[in-house]
Design a binder for this molecule. Sequence first.
Ligand code: ACO
Ligand code: ZN
Length: 443
Amino acid sequence: MGSIDTPTITENGSTQSQAAAPSGGDHKPPASANGAQVEVSPEPEGTKKRRSSMLPLEVGTRVMCRWRDGKYHPVKVIERRKMPYAVPYDYEYYVHYTEFNRRLDEWVKLEQLDLDSVETVVDEKVEDKVTSLKMTRHQKRKIDETHVEVGHEELDAASLREHEEFTKVKNIATIELGRYEIETWYFSPFPPEYNDSLKLYFCEFCLNFMKRKEQLQRHMRKCDLKHPPGDEIYRSGTLSMFEVDGKKNKVYGQNLCYLAKLFLDHKTLYYDVDLFLFYVLCECDDRGCHMVGYFSKEKHSEESYNLACILTLPPYQRKGYGKFLIAFSYELSKKEGKVGTPERPLSDLGLLSYRGYWTRVLLDILKKHKGNISIKELSDMTAIKAEDILTTLQSLELIQYRKGQHVICADPKVLDRHLKAAGRGGLEVDVSKLIWTPYKEQS
Ligand code: ACO
Ligand code: ZN
């Protein structure tokens, strides 16, 4: 399966690019975009004048920008800032690559922009927003006080615009966590005193975060946690899952939400971690249990959500942990005797992972099953909500509507083809190693 681009991770000083180059980018830059490159022939005076008259670029400008693959891609200017000690017009620009996910938004220098490609009509809506937007107190509180994410569909159009405006520029650029330095993907509403730091240092066990490396080093000498707080409910080989109650471990739950929001976009944040359980997956060695990813789950969900947010930390992505976390959430639902579904909206990567998981689980059953089977039966066997089964099978064109009802049509050869396309199975959950009883309110 192809790769979707994500920012980079460093381990022991070496940078691993998470990304394959995106397609496109055939645009050829001019010999000189701003005089930084050597010119072959002198630039006509008129061209120079025209270029400097457009500087600094307005927020909302659309232009081509050289990306890390060396190719030019269309971007929209989201924000600009004067460089320290800058000569006039020396600005940096925060750009959104319009072909790619917001996680690739970044600050770029003028020399990366091809001024000949500037589209003269500035996006008026963006300009309006920039000049007129102020957060309402209610909105600000929702974002500031924060901690547990729910979907954007809760917001009306105006609030959504405000949210996008407030979160448009990443505040923290990188974090250090355990042995990794990780580039962040999105804005996260850390308390204001952290907003002047580009980098934050996390204790990988209690998830407390600090502005300076020396603070972290001092903290590590004192911190006696070697695994997430809470109960270990699963252990298989070096893999362990801990259940953390947000009410009993409030600070840990809040720290986890701050951390997770750096990699989750389409979520708004609410205050109360008390209402959630956090399932934290760790790889364990003699130094302790190192967090790989997690999912959160409401203690009581009226909408039959069995998962609120899911994250695999970037250094561990594409290794099957996401499918493990998804499978785990359904194993918990089976133990509860309920069907479940993830909270919406799903991100691009979330949707891919869920589609892959649903396809594999359902088609494995259909392959082995003899005779008729209904969607209800599939749902009972897998704890996957009927609607998700229907949309999965429909997207694979395995459903026909006959005489007023849905019928599953499963030709073994077609099933094999779809299973192959659904990718690898991921890490297996060994249910015999899960020791867990559903949450009960303690008085
Ligand atoms: N490019 C292409 N396909 C991908 C990519 C990618 N970068 N990442 C995952 N996939 C697809 C693949 O089909 C992959 O299977 P394959 O490797 O066999 O081809 C499948 O998704 C899952 O792969 P895993 O290795 O099991 O998943 P991973 O550990 O990478 O975690 C997750 C997936 C949790 C979605 C991760 O990408 C992540 O944390 N993303 C950021 C946070 C996020 O978007 N979470 C979901 C939000 S929705 C919600 O919370 C309800
Ligand atoms: Zn600690």
